[in-house]
Write a protein that binds this ligand. Structure first.
Ligand SMILES: NC(=O)c1ccc[n+]([C@@H]2O[C@H](COP(=O)([O-])OP(=O)(O)OC[C@H]3O[C@@H](n4cnc5c(N)ncnc54)[C@H](O)[C@@H]3O)[C@@H](O)[C@H]2O)c1
Length: 315
């Protein structure tokens, strides 16, 4: 019988602070780009009309992980979480199951960390101010990670003003209208992406956009004419071109593979990042299984070092 630790949301967040999540996310992108970490394509299992399940496997650093996670948008009306599920961690040496983690906390941490990492890698060196459009669960973590990376102050904007106000109060930032948020040095969008929240008129020379909300085909947060004006980066071409912000531009022939650089290639020095101060950079983050793996490894390390108590489950 296997005895494994179970980490709830609080335990995950307590064991990997935002700054560590950013560093771990950086390593994940590097190791994946170097071919050391493996990640088969994520599998979508539709559950019409309610939403879909996603199975996201990855292997690296002696571990293998599988995230089983939902996107059930109608759950909001039922008072249930839109994103829910679990992440299994196994040994890549013996195949033994090592841990079970709450997946929403892992997702929020790694999603926010990717936004902050993209700013560190692609924003202008003098970029400081932040606009966050969409201050829900993952928008709030993106803002916390941006703050942990030294960015801010920022403007928080949300269709629900109280969400923007609460986040702004937590970070000592300001809440404001969408167009003010869209005018900052680094703009992070984390809405359900059912309509563009960035138009051509919002773009300013030198800005960096971290676009996180579109994680399935058919969703988009940036109008196509605005997207075409940006230097384009993504977490992984396969995933971003099929199910991310870039998917619409790719299927309409506006953007091809050669127009988009994976961030791991920039981190390894294989491709240039920003090449001029006036350039507008856009990072399409669709959320990768290697990012989940990086955070899960941090949780397990904390527990093994005795820094984190966790209940045990027998299977
Ligand atoms: N890229 C990734 O890795 C990744 C990870 C997790 C979630 N997501 C995606 O990010 C999006 C947000 O997820 P979440 O869990 O934070 O959802 P959420 O419901 O907690 O938050 C979304 C927020 O956006 C606000 N909003 C909606 N439309 C808006 C608009 N037009 N302008 C301003 N604000 C608006 C809502 O009021 C809400 O506060 C979803 O589409 C989700 O699928 C992406």
């Amino acid at each position: 019988m296997a005895e494994i630790p179970v980490f709830d949301s609080e335990a995950v967040l307590a064991s990997v602070p935002a700054a560590a999540a950013i560093e771990r996310t950086r390593v994940a992108f590097e190791r994946h780009a170097a071919g050391d970490w493996a990640m088969p394509a994520k599998v979508y299992l539709d559950a019409p009309p309610n939403g879909d399940f996603r199975a996201m496997p990855a292997r690296g650093g002696g571990l293998a992980t599988l995230k089983w996670v939902t996107s059930f948008p109608r759950n909001r009306e039922r008072g249930l979480p839109v994103v829910t599920g679990a992440l299994l961690v196994s040994s890549a040496e013996t195949g033994e199951l090592l841990a079970l983690l709450d997946c929403a906390a892992v997702t929020s941490l790694r999603t926010g960390a990717a936004a902050a990492l993209s700013a560190q890698v692609l924003a202008r060196a003098d970029a400081r101010s932040v606009g966050v459009i969409g201050c829900g669960v993952n928008g709030a973590w993106a803002a916390r990670c941006m703050a942990a990376a030294g960015y801010g102050p920022g403007i928080c904007a949300d269709a629900r003003p109280q969400a923007a106000e609460a986040l702004a109060a937590e970070l000592g930032w300001e809440s404001g209208p969408r167009d003010r948020a869209a005018a900052q040095d680094v703009v992070v969008t984390v809405t359900p992406a059912d309509q563009p929240v960035i138009g051509l008129e919002d773009l300013r020379a030198g800005q960096h956009f971290a676009v996180l909300g579109a994680d399935v085909h058919g969703k988009a947060e940036v109008a196509l004419d605005a997207l075409s004006r940006c230097r384009l980066f993504c977490d992984e071409w396969e995933q971003a071109s099929k199910g991310g912000e870039l998917a619409g531009a790719v299927s309409s022939g506006l953007v091809a593979h050669g127009d988009v650089t994976e961030i791991g290639e920039v981190l390894l020095g294989h491709s240039p990042g920003r090449t001029a101060d006036e350039e507008i950079t856009l990072f399409d983050s669709t959320g990768l299984a290697i990012q989940d793996l990086a955070i899960a490894a941090g949780v397990l390390e904390s527990w093994r070092a005795g820094r984190l108590p966790a209940p045990m489950a027998s299977l």
